[in-house]
Design a protein around this ligand. Structure first.
Ligand code: DX5
Ligand code: ZN
Length: 228
């Protein structure tokens, strides 16, 4: 019998940062029913990035409010201090910045030990090469297509070349890691990212500011010409 080969599937991960916190339960229900694959959760410490966002309590709250896997993006210095508590709070994916983690290899192993998918992320100014030697250890590679810290920024076009180089690097490493893109992903930019090799898309403002977030998720997915 032939082994079952899973169909590669586009993932859409609406970013919590753009949600209306006054009606969080309702907003999470809308994206879940609307076909979102993950909820992207941006943790910012005001040091690694010039903004503050949320911590353990909000992750626990999201875990209670949705069955969507929580894709937690740590924009913090010394991320290793937080991975245990975020895993316990309900993260399914934990992604740490290469720029903030001189011992990235060790921390990726710890994240796996905690039962989470281990992700690494790079800022626009960081070359793809910075992750070559850990490519085989990654469950997910995240390319920032804006400078992190804020939602609603404009997609940096040079990210497309970077996505292609990252895809080639993962393939050289025979890695099955997901390739995610974060920042300025909209109807205008998603298709080029998908063509360049990304399969997982964070979309904050595009989804939560849309009049119909479920329709927006469908539209973004359709632009990737996904095979059903
Ligand atoms: C930026 C965050 C992003 C942000 C994306 O620092 O990492 O996840 O929420 O927001 P949009 O999709 O609005 O650019
Ligand atoms: Zn993010």
């Amino acid at each position: 019998m032939n082994p079952v080969v899973p169909t590669p599937r586009v993932k859409i991960a609406p970013s919590l940062l753009a949600a209306d916190f006054g009606r969080l339960a309702e907003q999470l229900a809308v994206i879940e029913a609307g076909g979102a694959d993950w909820l992207h959760v941006d943790v910012m410490d005001g040091v690694f990035v010039p903004n503050l966002s949320f911590g353990v309590k909000v992750i626990e709250t999201c875990k209670r409010l949705t069955t969507l896997p929580l894709d937690v993006h740590l924009m913090v210095v010394e991320p290793e201090k937080y991975v245990d508590s975020f895993a316990k709070a309900g993260a399914s994916v934990l992604t740490i910045h290469v720029e903030a983690a001189p011992h990235l290899h060790r921390h990726l192993a710890r994240i796996r030990e905690l039962g989470c998918m281990a992700g690494a992320v790079m800022n626009p100014a960081t070359p793809v090469e910075a992750l070559r030697d850990v490519a085989a250890e990654l469950d997910l590679l995240l390319i920032m297509s804006v400078n992190p810290g804020f939602g609603g920024q404009k997609f940096i076009p040079a990210s497309l070349g970077k996505i292609s180089r990252a895809r080639a690097m993962l393939s050289d490493a025979r890695s099955n890691a997901l390739l995610e893109v974060d920042g300025g992903v909209t109807r205008d930019t998603i298709q080029a990212c998908w063509r360049a090799g990304a399969d997982t898309f964070v979309a904050g403002n595009a989804v939560f500011m849309a009049a119909d977030p479920a329709a927006e998720i469908r539209a973004l997915r359709a632009l990737c010409a996904e095979q059903a």
